[in-house]
Design a protein around this ligand. Sequence first.
Ligand code: AMP
Length: 306
Amino acid sequence: MTAAAKNIDLAVVGSVAIDTIATPVARRERIMGGSVSYACAAASFFSVVGMVGIVGEDCSREYRSVFEHFGIDTCGLLTAAGKTFHWSGVYEADMNRRRTLATELNVFEHFSPQLPHAYQKAPFLLLANIAPQLQHLVLEQVASPLFVAADTMDLWIHSERDSLRSLLPRIDLLLLNDEEARLLAGQADLVKAAGTIQEWGADYVLIKKGEHGAMLAGKNEFLLLPAFPLTRIQDPTGAGDCFAGAFMGRLAGHGKQPDENTFRDALVHAAVVSAFCVEDFGMERLHPLTNGEIKSRIEEFRRMIV
Ligand code: AMP
């Protein structure tokens, strides 16, 4: 970490991973992944973003060049002796279900996130998918952000439920998918599940429903969004992280306390960027993506919505 961190709009904390992924279409060995990598890449189209994470000595210049390509500030990226976190997963035929084959924590095992000074004043903060205890540690380091969102996964709902529950009053918005929302709230009805999570302290709950879109329940807002229809899906990995990153990146780009209009705008952009992500493996589709392509797909998407 260096002292030369930029003034950023959005700080994102999460995992940097080297992933091995098999889908019914193909297989890729040791490609760049992790929740913070996908989220920062997606956010970078809309705001100045800085990442907080950890990599090992095996994370070569070639892997890191991806972050440079997206203009992500990496002053919060720590390099430690050892190997980078490695995740390996396989998708079933319909790509809606995946099995984790291996999770090798490596340097991630002793990760204690440290926010560079400039990030501590960032107005927007995304606690991407990592252990809730680490998300708590980050909250202890920030001044008074305008808006804080946290992502999570089934693993933490099973193994760190209390820590996750106690995070809710400390954040503004919780992001999770439909199965995770049901699991956390203990309720099959998603509207009720969102209500329960709000009662536990998160003012806003954003539920991702894969090919069925997303739902945002707020204090006064209730918004529904379809998914952008796709015929070419190569690899769903990172779709949730991209959704979270683009959503927060877009809110941060507006630079003010989110309201119903900025939520609407951020949701549409999140759906479109995550749809681009799954069109190819890892970050291969995001890499050449242009603002012009995003803009024309947003227009196409808006024309589809009744
Ligand atoms: P998503 O498909 O959006 O759920 O995110 C996939 C990314 O999450 C992959 O790049 C993985 O490396 C990363 N990942 C998988 N398991 C974990 C974990 N336990 N903690 C943090 N990140 C993880």
